[in-house]
Design a protein around this ligand. Structure first.
Ligand SMILES: CC(=O)SCCNC(=O)CCNC(=O)[C@H](O)C(C)(C)COP(=O)(O)OP(=O)(O)OC[C@H]1O[C@@H](n2cnc3c(N)ncnc32)[C@H](O)[C@@H]1OP(=O)(O)O
Length: 405
């Protein structure tokens, strides 16, 4: 019980309606289909509620997902979602209680050593030890923009398929791509969220379209509009998956050539998507970086040993982690020639000092340790330690996550 009388417990199926009402109120979204999808997806025994007397006033949920780590390891992670505090009960520590309950529970159960989430606002989660571990490059390209003449589009045609026929093909293509670092597993029921297509999700746009290539697919919708020159539609790419460069180029070409479309926008575009290199004038692709997946190390030793590294390393980290005191202290990370790590607690002098959020940020190998150090977020005690660790943590290709939980 907290100082002002709040209690916390894991919820049951019987609590679902109450949890839905609190979350729907906090997220200002009462779309009934969204909540029917969530009724099937939420793991109620991993969903915690904070109560004032009998009244549920906030909570948060953990989904069981797998995340691909550098080296191709499929790692179970705690995917945190639907964190919500009822209006009228904000800033009383409900979120802090949920975060503490989740992290302590994961640690004490020896469950997933990593938690992750997509943040509604950028200012909330750093204090709880989450750092930005992947980004999107929100990309806009004018419709009909030409490619370089040498770009190979292959012989295969991109075909538009109805949802039920597309669905039979895209799962396998997604699964092949999910072997790359940063991708999340999706069970058949977990597909229901990214494919949700209700009026509130469409926000005035069309139903989802499915463009299929033998080695890839694009899911998109169109928002209608016009001016004195004629139709000026906006095409929004929801997801583009390609298992070969030719399929990738063919799908982009297809999307750019949809008639009446003035602009193609892909908000969740991978930062390494080579669209600028395909275009005859690369400057036509305007790109803006956005934070995507936030990651939190729950148990330093188990998490750091789970991934592979790009270069040998021998470094002692002093970890500062007020929220998870079991992580605090010095850890020696040793990486051999094969990129395999061992992690042990040590009393030796630290080579660098790092906070939990920064350790979470560099974990997948996208965010550079050297960049965080340049921003004053990591301290070096042995010359060269940051450069060496930064190299070793980097992953190539740059990790990407769709984050759809
Ligand atoms: C993974 C996800 O589910 S992301 C979605 C998160 N949920 C939402 O955005 C839904 C709408 N918002 C809400 O429900 C609430 O405002 C929440 C969940 C964001 C915050 O809940 P609260 O119970 O008010 O937070 P709580 O009182 O525990 O505050 C904890 C700390 O976070 C800070 N904080 C809370 N909300 C915010 C915010 N939106 N931006 C920045 N800081 C914040 C508080 O000031 C406090 O700081 P302190 O520890 O330095 O004192």
């Amino acid at each position: 019980m907290t100082d002002d009388g709040l209690t916390t417990r894991a919820l049951t199926d019987a609590d679902f309606d109450q949890f839905r009402d609190v979350a729907a109120g906090a997220f200002l979204t009462s779309d009934p289909e969204l909540w029917e999808v969530n009724r099937a997806l939420l793991e109620m025994d991993r969903t915690h509620g904070v109560f004032e007397g009998p009244e549920l006033i906030g909570g948060g949920s953990i989904l069981t997902r797998d995340l691909t780590l550098p080296g191709g390891v499929r790692q179970p992670v705690a995917a945190v979602t639907w964190v919500a505090t009822a209006l009228g009960h904000r800033r009383r520590g409900v979120l802090s209680t949920v975060m503490a309950t989740q992290l302590t529970g994961l640690h004490e159960a020896g469950a997933e050593p990593i938690a992750c989430l997509g943040a509604s606002e950028g200012g909330i989660y750093r204090r709880f030890g989450y750092g930005v571990t992947t980004e999107w490059a929100d990309t806009e390209v004018p419709g009909k923009s030409p490619f370089r003449p040498e770009v190979d589009l292959g012989e295969d045609r991109v075909r538009e398929l109805p949802r039920d026929r597309a669905w039979a093909l895209i799962g396998d293509l997604y699964e092949r791509t999910a072997a790359e670092t940063g991708w999340m597993s999706r069970t058949p029921s977990q597909w229901s969220l990214p494919l949700l297509d209700t009026p509130s999700v469409r926000a005035g746009g069309s139903a989802l379209h499915f463009a299929l290539h033998p080695q890839g697919y694009a899911i998109y919708r169109v928002h209608f509009g016009s001016d004195a020159r004629g139709p000026r539609y906006r095409l929004t790419v929801i997801e583009l998956v390609a298992t070969t460069p030719v399929a990738h180029a063919a799908l982009w070409r297809y999307l750019l050539d949809v008639d009446w479309v003035a602009e193609v926008r892909y908000p969740k575009c991978p930062v390494t998507d080579p669209i600028s290199s395909l275009l005859a004038d690369g400057r036509q692709a305007i790109r803006r970086h956005l934070d995507a997946l936030w990651l939190r190390i729950v148990d330093v030793d188990r998490a750091l040993a789970a991934r592979h590294y790009s270069a040998p390393l021998d470094v002692v980290f002093e970890v500062v982690d007020r929220r998870c005191p079991w992580n605090e202290g010095r850890w020696r990370l040793s990486v051999d020639q094969a990129g395999t790590a061992t992690v042990v607690a040590t009393a030796e002098a630290a080579d660098l000092t790092i906070g939990a959020a920064e350790l979470g940020a560099i974990f997948l190998g996208s965010t550079r340790l050297s960049t965080l150090a340049a921003g004053g977020l990591v301290r070096e005690h042995r010359a060269g330690a940051i450069a060496a660790a930064s190299r070793s943590f980097l992953a190539d290709p740059v990790p990407y996550c769709t984050v759809d939980f």
